[in-house]
Design a protein around this ligand. Structure first.
Ligand SMILES: N[C@@H](CCC(=O)N[C@@H](CS)C(=O)NCC(=O)O)C(=O)O
Length: 206
């Protein structure tokens, strides 16, 4: 892996950051929140609004908007910019919040995104599908037999494969040490925060 530039750029001035996400569940919104929290940059969050019905309405409105179509939250509003797709939002925010190396060639950005997309594929998307293998609009209870089959396969085959990938990424990083096993470069990036979140929230049964 080529050495990333280490200089950090933290430009947190400018319009307010607004996270739009479902209230009541941390979900994919949590990945975005972690960046703001780590950088100690203020943001608003529909999920933290006192009026839950209003927060839900904002999400629903956004997901059916024709002006600036968004398929699903999380979404980020930053001035005139409205973005969705978790990894896309993180990739936009990280350099602004000092959580990705400055990157004149775009290589660091693409490499970090590659790591993040793979972790999200495994520990968010595939994990989610173990509970909703037939339809995301049906509850887990409506698809339990299929969920059991899917979860067994996920646990036995996919989790080890994804974990081995993460280990290979760390091993291939010349700047990672035993004490500081960063995924990319010699300091914390948003990819490490994504991994932290899936480690914290993912409980794989034995
Ligand atoms: N690939 C998207 C998936 C977004 C997604 O599935 N969001 C969920 C909440 S975590 C949702 O609101 N889904 C509604 C739907 O898919 O219709 C991302 O990473 O942001």
């Amino acid at each position: 892996m080529s050495q990333p530039e280490t200089k950090r750029v933290k430009t947190d001035t400018g319009p307010e950051y607004e996270l739009i996400y479902w209230p009541m569940i941390p979900g994919r919104g949590e990945f975005v929140r972690l960046l703001f929290e780590e950088a100690a940059v203020p943001y608003t969050d529909t999920a933290k609004a006192k009026d839950v019905d209003n927060a839900v309405s904002q999400v629903m409105e956004l997901a059916s908007s024709t002006d600036n179509p968004v398929f699903a939250v999380p979404a980020l509003r930053h001035g005139d910019v409205l973005l969705s797709q978790t990894s896309n939002i993180l990739q936009y925010l990280a350099p602004k919040l000092g959580l990705a190396p400055s990157d004149s060639t775009g290589v660091a950005s693409a490499k970090l995104n590659q790591i993040v997309l793979t972790i999200l594929d495994g520990f968010v998307n595939e994990l989610h599908d173990t509970h909703h293998p037939i339809s995301i609009d049906q509850t887990y209870e409506e698809q339990k037999p299929e969920a059991l089959k899917r979860a067994t396969y996920f646990k036995d085959a996919r989790v080890p494969k994804y974990l081995s990938y993460v280990q290979r990424v760390i091993d291939a990083n010349p700047d990672a040490t035993e004490e500081e096993p960063w995924l990319y470069g010699g300091s914390l990036t948003y990819a490490d925060l994504v991994l932290f979140q899936v480690r914290t929230k993912t409980s794989i049964p034995p």
